[in-house]
Write a protein that binds this ligand. Structure first.
Ligand code: NAG
Ligand code: NAG
Ligand code: NAG
Ligand code: NAG
Ligand code: NAG
Ligand code: NAG
Ligand code: NAG
Ligand code: NAG
Ligand code: NAG
Ligand code: NAG
Ligand code: NAG
Ligand code: NAG
Length: 839
C-alpha cells in the first residue's frame, strides 16, 4: 500500500524583519557594580508592535499548523488468507525438536545457583557482538542523504535531537529541554547568522480544534511556536558565508560549530546536550554579538559571581529575564554594549565562553545560575544495571569550562527522571523549573550525575500471557486449550510465505512475529507440539528468506551513516517507501518484529540459533546497540535514554523535531530484545530489555497515556487519553494513516503481547475504554470494522478478560476482525491467561 503523503511542516513562524531606527540610542554598559544592577536606559514600546511575539497568542489565524509528517504507521492490511470456510488441516507429523520446554514455562524451582546469580548486578550495556556484518548483506557507500557538515567520521545517531544541524536547511531546532536551539541563518528581526535560543511558556501554545467525539472535548493538538529567537549567540563576523558543522561522534550529544567562512579557524562551538542548564558558546577570536529578535527591553551589568565571570541581566520585550555570563579567556571585562534593541556587542577578537540562561525565578534562580556558571557538559554517559528485579541507570557528565573541578553542573531533568531519582539525586534538586515543549516542567539538579531506579522490572515475563497480579500464565484450563485447538488449525494453514515475503520489512516482520506467536501458543500453551511442528518448519523457511537476504528488497549495510537499511529507497527512489526504512525511520518497529519471531523460533528449537544468531544480532545492533564504540553502528539508534522512549523519525528534516506514534511497538522492541537476550543467553541484553520496559512504563505514564491526574500535558489535552503522535515540539491526537479513534488509540495497543499488561495499567485502560469504546461511547468497539476490532477486544482482556474471551470465542466470529499481525488463537490464549474463559 502507498505510504501516507508527505507534508513538509514549515511551521516556521519567522519573525518579520523589523526596521531598527538608526537613531536609536546606543547606551554603554560601562561601569559594572558588584552589588547593584545598573539599568540601561534602552527601551522600546511594548505594545504596540512586537512582530512575532504577537503570534504567541492563542489566535492562530494565518499560521499554518500542519499535523502530519512522514515517518509513521500504516493502516492495517486486510487479513490475507484465512476464510471461515478454510478446511481444517489435521494429520500433523510430530517433530521431536519441538517440545513444550520453552523458556517461559518456568514451573520448576530455580536452583540455588540461579537464585544467587539473580541477586548479582548485571550490566545492561555489554556488547551484543562485535562481529562483521553478515556477508549476504551488501555494503553501499551511496546513501541518498549526505552527511551535511558532519566533521566526525564513524556512526551517527540518526534519530536523535541534534539531527537538524546536519539535515536539509540546517535550521530545524535541536530540542534540548528546556531550551531549543536553531541556526538563525539570516532570519528573524535580528537577521542573525548565529545560534538562536528559544524557550516557550505555556501561555504561548496554540491549540487545535476540540475533539468533539470525546467527553470533555479536549483540544485535538497543541503546538509550541517555533522560530522565536529570544536570545541569539552570534558574532559580528557571521554573515551569509557562515558554515555550520557538527561533530557527531558522541552518541547522546553533539558539538556544533559556526564559522564565518569555510576553513576559518575563528569559530563559535556549541556543546549541545539534553537538559543543559545554559546554552554555551565557546568563542575563538570573534566579536561577540548577542542578539534578540524579541527585542531587548533593557540589559544591565550584574556583577561577577566569581572572578573572571562577567554577568549581565537582560529583560526582553516579552518580559522574560535572561542571564548572560561572559568568561573571557584573558580575563578582561568584555564591556558589552547595546547597539540596538536587537544587538548586544562585545569586543573584537574575543576568545572565551558566553553562556545564556533563562531565569524565571528572580533572585533565587539567579543564585543557582551564578553558582554553576562557567561550566558546561563535555560528554555524557549512560550506565545501567539490573539486580534481581530492580533496574538502576545513571546519566553522568564530564564537564569543562572555568573552575570546572570545583563548580557543579546545573542540568535540567524531566518529570520521569525526577520521579525515579534515588535519594541522593533527589537531594540535589533545586527550586528552579522551566517548562519543556512536550514533557512538562523540567527541574534543575545540581551535580554531575543522576541515578534513576526502576523497581518491579518484569524479569519473570516470558512468552506466555502475563499480568502484574498473576505473573506468567503458561498453564491454561483444559477447556480453554480445547477452544484454542479448535481454532488453531484454521490459522496454521494460512499461506505463510504469501504473508511474510512482502516488499515491506514492517509488514513482513509483523507476519513473522504473528506466526511465531501462534506456533508458540499451539506448541506450548495448548501443549500440542505435533500440531505446531510443520508450521514451525515452514516459519523457519520463511525466516530464512530474510536471514539469507533474499527478500524482495534485500537489506544493505549503509556505510555512510552506518546502519542496516532496506534497499527499497535505493531501488524506487522514493524516500518514504516502507515507511522510510532506508532513511532510518522505524527500525525498532520493523526489526523488533523479526527479533521477536527469532526469539520464539530459537526457544522452540535451540539448534536453529547457530545459523541465525549473527543476522538477528545485526538487527539488534542496528536498532538498539548497547555500546558506543562499535564502528559499525551508533549507540541505541531508536531508544533515547534521556527521554525514556524511542524516536521513530530518521533522516528527515523536521521543524517539530523527532516524533513517535506507536508506544506499543516501541515496547514490543524492548520486549523482543529482552526475549532474544534470554533465548541466546545474553544476560546483558535480557537485562537491558527489562530495564527499557521499566523506563518505558514510567515515561508512557508520564507523557503518553494520560490519566486525569496527569500534570505533564496541558489540562485541556489530557482527555484524549493517548497523545497520538508525540513530537519534540507538538502533540497531535491523530495518526499518520487516519483519524478514527480506534486507529489513534489502537496504534498504542498493538501488538498485544505479554508486556501490554505491564505498560497499560488497568485504570488507564478502563478510562480509555469508557471514554471511547464502550457501547455508550462515540466509537463503540462492536461497531468498529476490520482488524482494529480485534485489537480493541484483545486490549479489553486487560480489564475484562471474560468479555474478551467471549468475543474471540463466539461462534459467528469473522476473521476479518483479525489484523495481519495477530491471530485469533493467541488472542484467545491471552484472554484466558488474564483470567477469561472457561475454568
Ligand atoms: C552576502 O553578504 C554580502 C555582504 O554582507 C553581500 O554583499 C552579498 O550580496 C550577500 N550575498 C548573498 C548571496 O546574499
Ligand atoms: C568546507 O571545506 C571542506 C574541505 O575543503 C569541504 O569538504 C566542505 O564541503 C566545505 N563545506 C562547505 C559548506 O562548503
Ligand atoms: C574552532 O576553534 C577551536 C579553537 O581554535 C578549534 O580547536 C576547532 O578546531 C575549531 N573548529 C572548527 C570546526 O574549525
Ligand atoms: C514582568 O515580570 C516581572 C517579574 O519578572 C513582574 O514583576 C512584572 O509584573 C511583569 N510585567 C508585566 C507587564 O507582565
Ligand atoms: C582581552 O581580549 C579582549 C577581546 O579581544 C581585548 O579587547 C583585550 O584587549 C584583551 N586584554 C588583554 C589584557 O589583552
Ligand atoms: C560509559 O562509560 C563506560 C565506562 O567508561 C563505558 O564502558 C561505556 O561504553 C560508556 N557508555 C557509553 C554509552 O558511552
Ligand atoms: C554551589 O557550588 C558549590 C561548589 O562550588 C556546591 O558545593 C554547592 O552545592 C552549590 N550550591 C548550589 C545551591 O548550587
Ligand atoms: C530514601 O528516602 C526514603 C524516604 O525519604 C527512605 O524511606 C528510604 O529509606 C531512603 N532510601 C535510602 C536508600 O536511603
Ligand atoms: C555524583 O555527583 C555528586 C554531586 O556532584 C558527587 O558528590 C558524587 O561523588 C558523584 N558520584 C559519582 C559516582 O560520580
Ligand atoms: C503461497 O503463496 C505463494 C506466494 O504468493 C504462492 O507462490 C504459493 O503457490 C502459495 N502456496 C499455496 C499452497 O497456495
Ligand atoms: C495518577 O493516578 C494513578 C492511579 O490511577 C496513580 O497510579 C499515579 O501514581 C497517579 N499519578 C500521579 C502523578 O499522581
Ligand atoms: C510548572 O511550572 C509552572 C511555573 O513555571 C507552574 O505554574 C506549574 O504549576 C508547574 N507544573 C507542575 C506540574 O509542577
Amino acid at each position: 500500500m502507498a505510504p501516507p503523503s508527505w507534508f513538509i511542516t514549515t511551521v516556521l513562524i519567522w519573525l518579520q524583519a523589523a526596521e531598527i531606527a538608526c537613531a536609536l540610542p546606543r547606551p554603554s554598559l560601562n561601569g559594572r557594580s558588584q552589588s547593584e544592577a545598573e539599568p540601561v536606559s534602552f527601551k522600546t514600546q511594548y505594545p504596540p508592535v512586537i512582530p512575532g511575539a504577537r503570534i504567541l497568542a492563542p489566535d492562530t489565524t494565518g499560521v499554518i499548523y500542519t499535523s502530519l509528517e512522514r515517518g509513521g504507521r500504516p493502516s492495517l492490511p486486510p487479513f490475507p488468507t484465512v476464510t471461515e470456510s478454510s478446511p481444517v488441516a489435521t494429520n500433523y507429523r510430530y517433530n521431536p525438536l519441538v517440545t513444550a520446554t520453552s523458556s517461559s514455562t518456568t514451573s520448576t524451582p530455580c536452583p540455588e545457583s540461579r537464585l544467587a546469580a539473580a541477586m548479582t548486578s548485571q550490566n545492561v550495556f555489554q556488547p551484543v557482538s562485535m562481529s562483521a556484518i553478515p556477508s549476504n548483506i551488501q555494503t553501499r557507500n551511496d546513501h541518498p542523504v549526505p552527511r551535511l557538515g558532519i566533521r566526525s567520521s564513524g556512526p551517527v545517531s540518526t534519530n536523535k535531537f541534534f539531527a537538524g544541524f546536519f539535515l536539509g536547511s540546517q535550521t530545524s531546532a535541536a530540542f534540548t529541554h528546556p531550551y531549543s536551539l536553531a541556526w538563525a541563518k539570516g532570519n528573524g528581526n535580528a537577521q542573525s547568522w548565529g545560534m538562536a535560543i528559544s524557550h516557550i511558556e505555556a501561555g504561548m501554545l496554540a491549540y487545535g480544534p476540540p475533539e468533539d467525539r470525546l467527553p470533555g472535548h479536549p483540544v485535538s493538538y497543541y503546538i509550541n511556536p517555533v522560530g522565536l529567537q529570544s536570545m541569539i549567540l552570534s558574532a559580528a563576523e557571521l554573515g551569509n558565508s557562515t558554515v555550520v558543522s557538527t561533530d557527531a561522534s558522541q552518541p547522546m550529544s553533539a558539538q556544533v560549530t559556526l564559522q564565518p567562512r569555510n576553513g576559518t579557524s575563528s569559530n563559535i562551538t556549541f556543546p549541545i546536550f539534553q537538559g543543559m542548564g545554559y546554552v554555551t558558546g565557546i568563542y575563538t577570536n570573534l566579536q561577540p554579538l548577542i542578539q534578540s529578535s524579541i527585542f531587548f527591553r533593557n540589559v544591565v551589568t550584574a556583577g561577577s559571581p566569581r572572578v573572571g565571570i562577567f554577568k549581565y541581566r537582560a529583560t526582553l520585550e516579552d518580559n522574560t529575564s535572561w542571564l548572560i555570563y561572559v568568561i573571557p579567556s584573558n580575563g578582561t571585562d568584555p564591556n558589552l554594549h547595546l547597539d540596538s534593541n536587537t544587538n548586544l556587542r562585545g569586543p573584537a577578537g574575543f576568545s572565551g565562553i558566553i553562556q545564556v540562561a533563562k531565569n524565571p525565578a528572580g533572585d533565587s534562580g539567579e543564585k543557582f545560575y551564578d553558582n554553576s556558571s562557567g561550566v558546561y557538559p563535555l560528554s555524557v554517559n549512560v550506565t545501567g544495571s539490573v539486580t534481581s528485579n530492580t533496574g538502576t541507570y545513571g546519566l553522568s557528565w564530564k564537564k569543562g569550562g572555568k573552575d570546572a573541578a570545583s563548580t557543579p553542573l546545573l542540568m535540567f531533568a524531566l518529570p520521569h527522571h525526577v520521579s525515579s531519582f534515588d535519594n541522593s539525586t533527589q537531594s540535589r534538586k533545586i527550586a528552579l523549573q522551566l517548562r519543556t515543549t512536550t514533557k512538562g516542567n523540567a527541574t534543575a539538579v545540581i551535580g554531575e550525575n543522576w541515578t534513576m531506579v526502576e523497581p518491579d522490572l518484569p524479569t519473570d515475563m516470558g512468552f506466555a500471557p502475563w499480568s502484574p497480579s498473576k505473573g506468567n500464565v503458561a498453564t491454561l484450563s483444559a477447556a480453554a486449550k480445547q477452544v484454542l485447538l479448535n481454532v488453531a488449525p484454521t490459522e496454521l494453514q494460512q499461506n505463510m510465505s504469501a504473508q511474510t515475503d512482502l516488499n515491506s520489512m514492517y509488514y513482513s516482520g509483523k507476519a513473522l512475529s504473528k506466526f511465531a506467536t501462534l506456533i508458540y501458543t499451539v506448541n506450548t500453551l495448548a501443549n500440542n507440539p505435533s500440531l505446531a511442528a510443520p508450521a514451525l518448519a515452514t516459519l523457519k523457511n520463511c525466516f530464512a528468506e530474510f536471514a539469507n537476504n533474499k527478500q524482495q528488497f534485500p537489506l544493505v549495510y549503509d556505510n555512510v551513516w552506518k546502519g542496516i537499511v532496506s534497499s527499497a529507497s535505493y531501488v524506487t527512489g522514493d524516500s518514504g517507501v516502507d515507511f522510510g526504512n532506508s532513511y532510518y525511520n522505524d527500525h525498532h518497529f520493523h526489526y523488533g518484529y523479526f527479533i521477536h519471531a527469532a526469539a520464539i523460533i530459537g526457544s522452540l528449537d535451540p539448534s536453529w540459533l547457530a545459523q541465525n544468531k549473527d543476522y538477528v544480532n545485526a538487527l539488534v545492533r542496528d536498532a538498539g546497540n548497547s555500546v558506543s564504540n562499535d564502528p559499525l553502528f551508533p549507540f541505541s539508534r531508536a531508544f533515547d535514554w534521556f527521554h525514556g522512549h524511542s524516536w521513530a523519525k530518521g533522516l528527515f528534516e523536521s521543524f517539530d523535531g523527532k516524533d513517535e506514534e506507536s508506544t506499543s511497538e516501541d515496547a514490543m522492541f524492548a520486549y523482543a530484545v529482552k526475549m532474544w537476550g534470554k533465548t541466546v543467553g545474553d544476560a546483558s541484553m535480557e537485562a537491558r530489555g527489562n530495564l527499557m520496559l521499566g523506563i518505558l512504563r514510567r515515561s508512557f505514564h508520564n507523557y503518553f497515556y494520560m490519566e486525569p491526574n496527569n500534570t505533564n500535558q496541558p489540562s485541556n489535552f489530557i482527555a484524549n487519553k493517548v497523545t497520538g503522535i508525540l513530537f519534540e515540539n507538538k502533540v497531535d491526537h491523530t495518526t499518520y494513516f487516519g483519524n478514527n479513534l480506534e486507529y489513534i488509540e489502537g496504534i498504542h495497543m498493538l501488538p498485544l503481547m505479554p508486556n501490554s499488561a505491564y505498560l497499560r495499567n488497568k485504570n488507564f485502560v478502563s478510562q480509555e475504554w469508557n471514554a471511547m469504546f464502550a457501547s455508550n461511547a462515540s466509537d463503540p468497539a462492536q461497531n468498529v470494522e476490520g482488524g482494529w476490532k480485534g485489537v480493541l477486544y484483545a486490549n479489553l482482556a486487560l480489564i475484562d478478560p471474560n468479555a474478551s474471551w467471549n468475543f474471540f470465542s463466539q461462534s459467528n466470529f469473522s476473521y476479518s476482525w483479525i489484523d495481519g499481525g495477530a491471530s485469533r488463537t493467541w488472542y484467545l490464549a491471552y484472554a484466558a491467561g488474564l483470567g477469561g474463559g472457561p475454568a
